[in-house]
Design a protein around this ligand. Sequence first.
Ligand SMILES: N=CN[C@@H](CCC(=O)O)C(=O)O
Ligand SMILES: [Zn+2]
Length: 411
Amino acid sequence: MRILYINIKELLQVREENTYKISGKEMSKLPTIKNAFLLIEDDLIKDFGPMETLSIDAVDKTIDVTGRIILPSWCDSHTHLVYAGNREQEFVDRINGLTYEEIANKGGGILNSAKTLQETSEEELYEQSCKRLETVMKMGTGAIEIKSGYGLTAEAELKMLKVIELLKQNYNIAIKSTFLGAHAVPSEYKNNKQAYIDKIINEILPEVAKANLAEYIDVFCEEGYFSVADMEAILEASKEYHLIPKVHVNQFNAIGGIKASVKLNALSVDHLEVMKEEDIEVLKNTETMPVGLPLCSYFLSIPYTPARKMIDSGLPFALATDYNPGSSPSGNMNLVVATACIKMRITPEEAINAATINGAYAMGLSKTHGSITKGKKANFIITKEIPSYGYLPYDFGNTNIETVVLNGITI
Ligand SMILES: N=CN[C@@H](CCC(=O)O)C(=O)O
Ligand SMILES: [Zn+2]
């Protein structure tokens, strides 16, 4: 099936050559074609260019999108979309003055979600997750990473990962799965964290790998959760199973997790709300993508990742939602892009690069997703009639998406 889109007001993020990530000053450039056409064949991008060069005749369908902008679908490289229930009560507790840390210390937070998830059947967990996935796809997300980490027992971690696997099978969207057994220390291991780490390394990780349920491995490296040494031990052990690290670091404290992650060839380091000079230095000229999660900062009222400074230092930068019940109960990438512009002071061009091609890189998908490139997946957003692409973050909180096309299919 060949579908030709014509009279595109502006086609964004067009990359003729395979570009896998964008760094530093380059991030301020968003290659576009005004008054463009786009040809797709089945699930792939076949051709594109200015309307005046259009000379294609044999197509099955032509769609006139006059006045609309087309951009690649969002690539959300960090989510916890598979979870059970919600943490609305903790939200109210925080409004009433408790901190995220105080709530966690009372047995709330991740442990609260783990308890609910352990008591939820796989079928019910799948149903709840389907609704969230369908919602984010309609909001323009075309590739997504999903973590475990609300199980914290072998059985419940596998349940989460099986649900992710089912989503992969049943939905027309690229999904990458990450094993995050080291998300929090279960209360029964409160006085013996090492025993839980041993359990992850010797029991849960081998089962996850044997069942082939994860591509990536994550650790929440933070005071009160897992130390740098804990993280190193878990990531070292995962090498045997060829799981690539993508890690939670520097959310509340800078404890050296970035340096260790880079050494362990992490594909991405995520959160980064608290960054020391040396953390920025150590990321330079590496293959590790720094990922900011502005909705987490917004929802928890914590500092924003210093994206401006990081990009000005020459680093690449990606944006993701962190969709989860505790620190970011939203999977809306449009809001991520707007919040990054407003609060991190990055430009619409930088934010769109961060949420498309660099997001794809941060989950190992930039060869197939994240830009309008011949041969890549036909994954894109058609906007409503809007004045310019800068209007997308400017008009924050409103949806300016008219149509989402994933793998050539309009959803
Ligand atoms: N920080 C660690 N994990 C999640 C939130 C976990 C939760 O509060 O449920 C995050 O990325 O923000
Ligand atoms: Zn997270």
